[in-house]
Design a protein around this ligand. Structure first.
Ligand code: NDP
Length: 307
């Protein structure tokens, strides 16, 4: 890396002239991160519990530290990428004497609560803490196909933003260290919610003898309409003013029995459609049949259920 390194994806100008960075954890993801820093000219120190995993990186120019604490001592910026919070706690305990004055960037998967606890741990020991989550696969580290939400110390993020942008597409979510995990959990959950719905529909389509790939291609043509719909639904949820999006619930509910019966006739699981119908029915019973699909938000539990 030079002080004006330009990445292939993020056109980053590195303003932080200190190019030392340490990576703790050299699994598939940690190795990709360390390799990416090396490729961009960073003076990279690495450590891994199983020392042999550092060999390819050392051959590429990295310095392998004998202990995690030595690795932390070598750089002002320390990126930690371990399997889980149990591994993280073990490694953090072993580096405790070395963390004062360091910026710890933890990209190990974990919860918002764990991130906040890590931040307290670091703060009590004189270190700054940034929590990051990784959305993407190791081969794509260094490209915008990997997204990194970060949260925690704003000053640490601003000081090292250009270095972090070497890793992929980066967004800062705020000083509450838990917010990157909140974003990660929400994005992952939404993907699963959408994709299980997609698989249910493929079952239906295939049961009708329609080619699932051709159907998918046709549905993909509908996708450009979704950002606007999602945006208006988000606004409705935020404001609590539910226009009849997708039509009124009274009209939509009449369709649900047909959708359920269609699935039953093909022997396809009806669970998801029954859930939607039940939510609609509850909303209608509550006197909101004139509202739209977004208003189902009010019967999904949690604090909003009191509204
Ligand atoms: P790997 O299983 O490849 O590597 C796990 C790493 O954690 C290794 O360095 C391993 O060391 C270390 N480790 C495990 N337990 C301990 C312990 N008790 N003490 C010290 N070190 C330990 O996982 P990845 O690199 O793929 O994943 C790392 C993080 O990145 C995870 O939190 C994962 O969820 C996240 N992530 C991974 C993605 C992927 O596609 N790989 C995608 C998005 C996020 P050792 O080599 O000695 O076993």
């Amino acid at each position: 890396m030079t002080t004006t390194a330009t990445t292939t994806t993020t056109a980053t100008t590195t303003t932080n002239s200190d190019t030392r960075v340490t990576v703790l954890g050299l699994g598939a993801m940690g190795s990709a991160i360390a390799r990416n820093f090396l490729d961009r000219g960073y003076r990279t120190t690495v450590w891994n519990r199983t020392a042999s995993k550092s060999t390819p990186l050392v051959e590429a120019g990295a310095t392998a530290a004998a202990t995690a604490a030595e690795a932390v001592a070598a750089s002002p910026l320390v990126v930690v990428c371990l399997l889980d919070s149990t591994a993280l706690d073990e490694v953090l305990a072993s580096v405790e004497p070395a963390v004062k004055g360091k910026v710890l960037v933890n990209v190990t998967s974990g919860s918002a609560g764990q991130a906040r606890a890590n931040e307290r741990w670091a703060g009590e020991r004189g270190a700054e803490y940034l929590d990051g989550k990784i959305m993407g696969d190791p081969p794509y580290v260094g490209t915008d196909r990997v997204m990194f939400p970060f949260s925690g110390s704003r000053s640490a993020f601003e000081a090292h933003e250009s270095t972090l942008r070497e890793l992929g597409s980066v967004a800062y979510h705020g000083e509450d260290a838990g917010l990157a995990a909140v974003e990660f959990m929400a994005q992952v959950a939404l993907a699963y919610e959408l994709l299980i719905g997609y698989l249910h529909v493929l079952k239906l389509v295939q049961a009708e003898g329609v080619d699932v790939v051709e159907f998918t291609e046709r549905f993909a043509g509908s996708l450009p309409a979704y950002p606007a719909l999602l945006g208006s639904m988000g606004q409705a949820v935020k404001s609590g003013a539910y226009a009849p999006d997708l039509g009124s619930l009274d009209v939509q509910a009449a369709l649900m029995d047909d959708l359920i019966a269609h699935r039953e006739s093909l022997g396809v699981d009806t669970m998801r459609m029954r859930e939607v119908k039940e939510l609609m029915d509850r909303r209608i019973v509550d006197g909101h049949g004139d509202q739209g699909f977004s208003s189902l938000f009010e019967v999904l539990g949690g604090a909003a259920a009191q509204v």
